[in-house]
Design a binder for this molecule. Structure first.
Ligand code: ATP
Length: 178
């Protein structure tokens, strides 16, 4: 089974996926899935097409990443790009725009980048992409706004074990737009 963990930068994908990886390694009754941090693969394998100077970020080579993922089936793929690849279950981590902006600023992002990501989150951009590419029945939303990382990992674990139902569309942050 392939599980994609996606969401706007700052929603806590890396943090939750690391906690899940610990649990998968320790608990024998959980499925044997390997957690892949796709941004690390992108860096390590050089799977980007250009470096975007203005935004100080690399443009992902989606075809190259898809080829790298080909044949890796029992995995949890963590990245804001994870929903662009074939997967059985797609988890979209969400966070209310204001606390998301604060998280990103505290992590050292520029005000402009923090604001841009908060607006993208308010507009459900990644959720919409995930639903368009995979359909409502494969998409699970987890609202991390008032959940600590262990509680987010609990919800993620419930998706992996099949104890949580698909839930796209439950989270609504449009009211945060100013
Ligand atoms: N559930 C949570 N509640 C509050 N803060 C959190 C939570 N999860 C992560 N954080 C904090 O938010 C910041 C972003 O977390 P993290 O790097 O895991 O996000 P991400 O979605 O993987 O981001 P990116 O896509 O940029 O890699 C970190 O400073 C982290 O400590």
């Amino acid at each position: 089974m392939r599980v994609a963990v996606t969401g706007t930068p700052g929603t806590g994908k890396t943090t939750a996926a690391d906690l899940l990886a610990d649990r998968l390694a320790r608990e024998a009754d959980l499925p044997a899935l390997e957690v892949i941090h796709l941004n690390e693969v992108l860096e390590r394998e050089g799977l980007y097409t250009e470096v975007d100077a203005d935004r100080e970020s690399k443009v992902a080579d989606l075809e190259g990443l898809a080829e790298w993922l080909d044949g890796r089936e029992d995995v949890v793929i963590e990245s804001h790009l994870a929903h662009h690849f074939p997967a059985d279950r797609i988890v979209v981590l969400r966070c209310a725009p204001e606390p998301l902006e604060t998280r990103l600023r505290e992590r050292g992002e520029t005000d402009a980048k923090a604001r841009e990501n908060a607006e993208s989150e308010a507009l459900d951009v990644i959720l919409a992409e995930a639903v368009e590419e995979h359909g409502l029945e494969s998409v699970y939303e987890i609202d991390t706004t008032d959940r600590d990382p262990e509680a987010v990992a609990d919800a993620l674990e419930a998706v992996v074990t099949g104890d949580r139902e698909p839930s796209a569309g439950e989270v609504d942050f449009v009211g945060y737009l100013t």
